[in-house]
Design a protein around this ligand. Structure first.
Ligand code: ADP
Ligand code: MG
Length: 235
């Protein structure tokens, strides 16, 4: 599903350059649930942004669904993003003046899906995340956990191959974090490939594999026994 080889990324700052990713190699197969861990500044978001075709590496190759992602113009990049990828962010990134339903329907609008199908699909995914009764509410009428559920429904609405989540529980208290992780685990149980950036150990262990990033290189990459978010182990 995802295959990256010898990925490098630097940020230029004036005459200086900050080498953030220093030769990353890894593969993710369909159905995996992978945590990318590392301290703040270790390059997690940089890596996720490249995987999400929001940024480009300086060197190395990235294959997504057997397609080489390289030198794409913005139109083609947007097409691949829409077709293959769903995004979830720490700060939810919902549109404040649109209802939960409209937020979920938004990516479908950009894909040219007609209004009635948009509403039908958005309603389906809102129900899936347990928010059918909140469809007409605005984001500021929802709790943090509910906002993240809306964001997850929005990410799923276009049925992406891979869900990329950058610190999805970073702005939530631990009870709410576990509820959101329970939902993400259910989505993975149904076969969706998921990558989650986190710096929280308990969240990482709710995945099936943990990749550790330090100073721009992968220091460990191993399968782990998945802790279910609804088990009572942590509460
Ligand atoms: P993480 O998500 O692990 O906290 P990031 O990938 O966001 O780390 O950042 C890695 C390093 O790159 C940090 O030192 C950060 O300051 C720097 N960085 C990130 N984005 C940019 C950018 N657009 N321009 C310059 N430096 C950046
Ligand atoms: Mg980050």
């Amino acid at each position: 599903m995802i295959e990256i080889k010898n990925l490098h990324k630097s940020y230029k700052m004036g005459s200086n350059s900050l080498h953030v990713l220093k030769g990353i190699n890894f593969e993710v197969s369909e159905g995996e649930m992978v945590a990318i861990m590392g301290s703040s500044g270790s390059g997690k978001s940089t890596l996720l942004n490249i995987l999400g075709i929001l940024d480009e590496p300086d060197h190395g190759t990235y294959n997504l669904n057997r397609t080489l992602i390289k030198n794409l113009n913005e139109k083609v990049a947007a097409k691949y993003r829409n077709k293959f990828l769903g995004f979830v962010f720490q700060s939810f990134n919902l549109i404040n003046y649109k209802s939960a339903l409209e937020n979920v329907a938004m990516p479908l609008y950009y894909q040219g899906v007609g209004r009635s199908v948009r509403i039908e699909k958005a309603s389906y995914y809102l129900e899936k995340v347990g928010l059918a009764d909140w469809a007409s509410h605005l984001p500021n009428e929802l709790s943090g956990g509910q906002k993240q559920r809306v964001a997850i429904a929005r990410a799923l609405a276009s049925d992406p191959k891979v869900l990329l989540a950058d610190e999805p529980t970073g702005a939530l208290d631990s009870t709410t974090s576990y509820e959101v992780m329970e939902l993400i685990q259910q989505i993975n149980d149904e076969g969706k490939t998921i990558l989650i950036v986190t710096h929280e150990d308990d969240i990482a262990h709710m995945c099936k594999r943990i990749v550790n990033l330090k100073d721009g290189i992968i220091t460990s990459d191993s399968k782990v026994k998945q802790v279910r978010a609804n088990s009572k182990e942590y509460v």
